[in-house]
Design a binder for this molecule. Structure first.
Ligand code: ATP
Ligand code: MG
Length: 253
């Protein structure tokens, strides 16, 4: 049965999508069966996996509204060697269209439960918001993976997210855990980054991954070729860091 992780942080641009795509590719390269779920209307994880969102006739939008099945929207990322449920701009409308739908928070959970036996990991790339889409992800997930930059306001953002996780635990998903906090775009020369990193460890202890993702230009370039860093430049520091993260995740489970 797959472990399902929601990769989330309501703060934008912290490395959620980069983590989703590169961890998916690294887990797959390590022999795991992986499904990447793009739950962001921006469709960055879709494009970054080499699936052209502009050519899609169906996307996760149709799945959430119950118009299509998983097998009819699922694509294979040749570049990342994993399956993907692609996203499209349409998804932005799902938020409103689902408002009157019964069980609107459990749409994704119900859909994923049908294919959970086919995978070892299902990774959900969330939008930078705590909206209905994010609630669907947190309801479907076993645990939350939180990418964050070690900056001044980062801890405040994480504590808002932890409060949301507690609320979700209270009603929609009692088993929801924090899988881990991932330090992204890390610059070891920055004193502030080191201080925030220390505070994070004091507060969250072993929930903070040992693996740190450095700021690495290859990770930023790879999406424009529709490739995970592991394909674009496998020896780069970025690709290697995500391989290390995959090993850490695999050792934990
Ligand atoms: P959003 O909230 O908009 O969905 P996000 O949290 O998914 O953003 P990303 O899209 O992964 O964040 O990253 C934001 C930007 O930073 C992107 O341009 C990405 O290529 C770049 N980036 C992410 N991680 C790194 C890294 N470790 N080194 C260098 N650039 C990075
Ligand atoms: Mg993103």
């Amino acid at each position: 049965m797959a472990k399902t992780f929601a990769i989330t942080n309501q703060k934008g641009g912290v490395g959620k999508t980069t983590t989703a795509v590169n961890l998916a590719a690294s887990l797959s390269a390590s022999g795991a069966r992986v499904l990447l779920v793009d739950l962001d209307p921006q469709g960055n994880a879709t494009m970054g996996s080499g699936v052209n969102k502009r050519e899609l006739k169906k996307s996760i939008y149709h799945l959430l509204l119950g118009l299509e099945t998983i097998s009819s929207i699922k694509k294979y990322s040749q570049n990342g060697k994993f399956d993907i449920l692609p996203s499209h701009r349409d998804l932005a409308g799902a938020e409103i269209e689902l408002v009157d739908v019964v069980g609107r928070e459990i749409r994704l959970k119900s859909a994923l439960s049908e294919v959970a036996h086919e995978y070892d990991y299902m990774l959900i790339d969330c939008p930078p918001a705590l909206n209905l889409l994010a609630v669907n992800a947190l309801t479907a997930a076993d645990a939350v993976m939180i990418p964050m930059q070690c900056e001044y306001y980062a801890l405040e953002g994480v504590s808002d997210l932890v409060n949301t996780i507690k609320k979700i635990r209270g009603n929609l998903n009692p088993r929801l855990e924090i899988e881990g906090l991932l330090r992204t775009m890390f610059d070891p020369r920055s004193t502030l980054a080191q201080q925030v990193s220390e505070q994070l460890k004091n507060h969250f202890g072993n929930k903070v991954y040992d693996t740190v993702i450095p700021r690495n230009i290859r990770l930023a370039e790879a999406p424009s070729y529709g490739q995970p860093a592991l394909m674009y430049d496998p020896s780069s520091k970025g690709a290697q860091a995500y391989m290390a993260l995959a090993r850490e995740v695999l050792n934990k489970h």
